[in-house]
Write a protein that binds this ligand. Structure first.
Ligand code: PMP
Length: 415
């Protein structure tokens, strides 16, 4: 065995990191909070809350324009945040990092800008049946405008992409494949590098929805083999309202602006306008500066942890949850993906998921119940929705035990 790297961070201790997240000390009624709704949004460590507060308290100004100290400081913090994201994604350059409101806006940007410029009648976009509505509806909108067609890639009973069906669908009509790195409804980790390699075989671009992936795994856009990668700050321990589109430089250079306004222009006249260079071409209007600063703090926090140990801890929580689930006869897992991250979706007998969610909430256990913005996937399984427990690095086996104690109670009350 090799000696530990001298710069290796201290071993990961979930109990210790809980201290970094003030909200975890909250109570729900007379019970401690067990927050198992991290796929919807994660909680924020103190360093993120402080970074946002300090930004407003000490540095607030508009970026890139004014000739004064505060604006210089705000601009430096904003651009340093972009550089932090570039490092987080292993991006070859900072200019390929475009701020958006989140994953949803990032995908809408690509669909409207790239899709609007390139799609023609007869062209096809493939999207898996497990995509979030954010990776379906923007494609439907642009297909309606261009005459292209959105075609679903089937999902198997296990809740995995049917790779054989995917290969059969890939032909020269396919211009882009839209795929989620991790399913927000089932936790499935998709074989993105393999899917990207196959897409390249027919000359199709690949857009990866990283909304769930970025929270659980270190990201390397080159290793994923994608052309576009989108993620949201609020799911990686950062603020809401900020997210990122990463794209290959030559594609971004060739794409028309998404929105018009200040910042995205080089010159404006009534005869016509010219566009700013990357990344500003896609950043019309005053950006969410505090959000960018907060997101950078979140990424620094994550990178300060032993990521391998965090991945192992989250895998342990999921394995333990599955073990406990097997002991509860009324519980039916939805999907059984062989590669999964952070999410366990299930039904309890014939109880409505919303009723299960309400009982759990009364016992201080926060989960999500419903279709998880993945109605086509729910239709695929013939169900209206599921109960979903989703984990973050600060969750513990004790919280999983509390989930199962609450589920036993839900069985008594509802079945
Ligand atoms: N894709 C996936 C897989 C998601 O889980 C989510 C958030 N639930 C989104 C896209 C949309 O993210 P946002 O609402 O932050 O834009």
């Amino acid at each position: 065995m090799s000696a530990p790297h001298p710069l290796r961070p201290a071993a990961f201790d979930p109990q210790a990191v809980r201290e970094d997240f003030p909200i975890l000390a909250r109570r729900v009624g007379d019970r401690p909070l067990a927050y198992l709704d991290n796929a919807a949004t994660s909680q924020k460590p103190r360093v993120v809350i402080d970074a946002v507060a300090d930004y407003y308290r000490l540095h607030n100004a508009n970026v890139h324009r004014a000739a004064h100290l505060l604006s210089d400081e705000a601009t430096a913090a904003f651009e340093e945040a972009r550089a932090q994201v570039a490092r987080f994604l292993r991006s070859p350059s900072v200019e390929q990092v475009i701020w958006t409101r989140g994953t949803t806006e990032a995908i809408n940007l690509v669909a409207a800008s790239w899709g609007g410029a390139h799609l023609r009648p007869g062209d096809r976009i493939l999207a898996t049946e497990m995509e979030h509505h954010s990776n379906i509806v923007p494609w439907q909108l642009i297909c309606a405008r261009t005459g292209a067609e959105l075609v679903p890639v089937p999902v198997t009973e296990r809740g995995e992409v049917d790779l054989a069906a995917y290969e059969r669908l890939l032909d020269e009509r396919v211009k882009l494949v839209a795929v989620t790195q991790v399913s927000n409804a089932l936790g499935t980790v998709n074989p993105v590098p393999e899917m990207a390699r196959l897409a390249k075989g027919v000359g199709a671009l690949v857009l990866v929805d990283g909304a769930q992936g970025a929270a659980h795994f270190p990201v390397d856009v080159a290793a994923l083999g994608c052309d576009f990668y989108a993620f949201s700050g609020h799911k990686v321990y950062g603020p809401t309202g900020i997210g990122v589109l990463w794209g290959k430089r030559e594609l971004l250079e060739a794409m028309p602006p998404y929105q018009g306004g200040g910042e995205m222009i080089e010159t404006v006249s009534f005869a016509g306008s010219t566009w700013n260079r990357l990344p500003y071409k896609f950043e019309a209007g005053t950006p969410h500066i505090a959000g960018a600063v907060g997101l950078a703090a979140a990424l620094r926090y994550l990178e300060g942890l032993d990521r391998e140990a965090v991945v192992a801890h989250e895998a342990d929580l999921l394995a333990y949850t599955r073990e406990r689930a097997a002991e509860l006869p009324a519980l039916r897992p939805v999907g059984e993906p062989r590669q999964a991250a952070g999410i366990f979706s299930f039904l309890l007998g014939d109880a409505h998921p919303a009723d299960v969610g309400t009982v759990l909430d009364q016992l201080g256990v926060a989960v999500r119940a419903g279709h998880h913005c993945a109605q086509p996937l729910m239709a695929r399984f013939g169900i209206p929705g599921t109960v979903r427990a989703s984990f973050a690095l600060y969750n513990t086996r004790e919280e999983v035990d509390r989930l199962f104690a609450a589920l036993a109670k839900a069985c008594d009350l509802l079945l």
